[in-house]
Design a protein. Structure first.
Length: 536
């Protein structure tokens, strides 16, 4: 069946809002939905036309809201359901879209489904979660024993308070009758509940969902076949009922995720080996440390990185998913090290030039546009552990609490980056050469030139093992754009012997790059840490 891709996606540019750290409007120290509404024009000014909002539902906040206790109710610390609907409306007025986070694989142990499921007596929710049939029998996967009077262990998806919802097992072990098949009526009921939740928010005005740990639903699914079938069924629902809405995967294996039915999959450059191992995808292994320095990052002034580590993986997935869905390389997210770690503003500009000119859908993690830093030495908040340093409040102004909140510093969700020279939106707005304005320029360029968008062709022109720079061509219809990035501090000059490039003339955006025509192509002269975008 030919699937429909919402046309707005080809030119979309997403902004990830971590609501608790974005803007606090009532002085309680926690960011809230009215804060997101107040900053819609700011988000739009970056060129972003879509938002991914991290979980904002009722939760004991064991894992920052990835442990939901009521999927139908906005957490009071963020506001009300009416506030969320107002956010949809205000965003739509500005031509923007809002996608929510669907934590499809687990709930909080505080969810009423789980409380019923934990009872010894059989009830409608007994099989809503994956439980073994006796506390003395191991589940073979992480599970919690001795939780309640129910004689069994529940399987967890992440932390101990995130019990796995039951979508069944791909190949149930006949010796373990507690492993239900995917088409067991109780497992199908779980699917239907997820559809109901999606319909509820899509009907209320949401434009789609980013799905948390999308590959984790069906247990024992080593080749992901059953998980993919499950998402294909969800996509059918979108095709039939919400053709303009999107499904975005946290899967990090675009070939699988897009074939399964997702419109977008993230290539997540996790940078903690242990955290990475939680994600079974090839990407998590191959992209490990793409931006972090393990192994040496390509985007580093030391110039020791290898673009092929990324590109070989990327090209394989790009070729197989082209036309069917989009790959997204986020600038960062709430789980990984800040992009600014170890980079100067000029280096960040080079990284953003790359991120904003690749095919697919760019994602900007709130704060990365001003180069917000990873804050060290914080006590873990809501099971953030080493992720906590990437979750500090947005730095808006030079005023109290960096303009994030009028509350007392001790009440803030997390402390403001204590560095005296921490970047702020206010300062960077005034500086035409700031990272913020560079990101704005890139956002505007992407919008103006469809060749740079999600549907434009992509062809590497210079991408050699352990060599700099990285040069590539984007093309759509009559429009051709060449992007050159040299993250290394070493200057480099390079001939590209392509006659077709000889008519390349206009510089759209460049720093430290000149391009001269030669007898058989063009010559790029690139200073250390430079970037350039040229148009035919
Ligand atoms: C991935 C989310 O991005 C992360 O923050 C969360 O802790 C886990 N999934 C568990 O839901
Ligand atoms: Ca608040």
């Amino acid at each position: 069946m030919k699937r429909h891709t919402p046309s707005w996606l080809a030119n979309a540019f997403f902004y990830e809002v971590y609501p608790q750290s974005f803007l606090d409007t009532n002085g309680d120290g926690i960011g809230d939905l009215p804060g997101v509404i107040a900053k819609l024009d700011y988000i739009r000014s970056l060129g972003c036309d879509a938002i991914w909002l991290n979980p904002c539902f009722e939760s004991p906040f064991g894992d920052a809201g990835y442990d939901i206790s009521d999927f139908y109710k906005v957490a009071s610390r963020y506001g009300t359901n009416a506030d969320l609907k107002r956010l949809f409306k205000e965003a739509h007025k500005r031509g923007m879209r809002v996608c929510l986070d669907l934590v499809a694989g687990h709930t909080s142990t505080e969810h009423p489904w789980f409380k019923s499921s934990a009872k010894a007596t059989k009830n409608e929710f007994t099989n809503r979660y994956v439980w073994t049939d006796g506390v003395w029998k191991g589940a073979g996967v992480p599970a919690i024993s001795g939780f309640s009077e129910r004689d069994g262990n529940y399987v967890t998806n992440f932390f101990h308070f995130q019990p796995a919802l039951n979508y069944g097992f791909a190949k149930p072990d006949p010796k373990k009758p507690w492993q239900l098949p995917v088409d067991h009526p109780d497992c199908l009921a779980t699917r239907e509940e997820m559809k109901k939740i999606m319909r509820y928010w899509l009907d209320a005005g949401a434009d789609g969902f980013r799905v948390d740990m999308a590959s984790s639903l069906v247990k024992g699914d080593t080749d992901f076949k059953e998980t993919m079938k499950l998402w294909a069924e969800m996509r059918d629902m979108y095709e039939a009922e919400y053709p303009d809405a999107v499904l975005i995967a946290e899967w990090s294996d675009p070939i699988c995720a897009i074939q399964a039915g997702f419109h977008i999959d993230f290539l997540i450059h996790f940078n903690d080996p242990a955290y990475t191992s939680l994600f079974r995808s090839e990407a998590s292994r191959d992209l490990f440390g793409f931006f972090a320095d393990i192994p040496p990052s390509f985007f580093d002034r030391k110039g020791k990185g290898d673009i092929r580590v990324f590109l070989d993986y990327y090209m394989k997935h790009y070729r197989k998913t082209r036309g069917a869905g989009h790959i997204s390389i986020p600038s960062g997210n709430h789980d990984i090290m800040r992009l600014a770690e170890g980079r100067t503003m000029d280096e960040l500009k080079v990284a953003f030039t790359f991120l904003m000119t690749m095919p697919g859908v760019p994602y900007l993690y709130s704060g990365d546009e001003i180069g917000m830093r990873y804050v060290r030495g914080l006590v873990s908040k809501e099971c953030g552990y080493n992720r906590t340093g990437s979750r500090t409040p947005m730095q808006w102004t030079s005023g109290k609490n960096a303009g994030f909140s009028t509350g007392k510093a001790k009440d803030l969700y997390l402390p403001i980056d204590p560095a005296k020279d921490h970047p702020t939106v206010e300062a960077q707005e005034k500086d035409s050469d700031s990272l913020l304005n560079h990101v704005r320029q890139l956002g505007a360029l992407r919008r103006k030139h469809p060749a740079l968008g999600g549907d434009g062709d992509f062809e590497p022109l210079h991408a050699e093992k352990n060599r700099y720079p990285f040069i590539y061509r984007r093309k759509l219809g009559a429009e051709t754009i060449i992007v050159a990035v040299n993250p290394s501090a070493k200057p480099v000059s390079l001939d590209i012997p392509f006659k077709s490039l000889r008519s390349l003339l206009t510089e759209l955006l460049a720093k430290g790059v000149t391009m001269k025509h030669t007898a058989d192509g063009v010559k790029f002269e690139m200073q250390g840490i430079s970037h350039g975008i040229f148009k035919k």
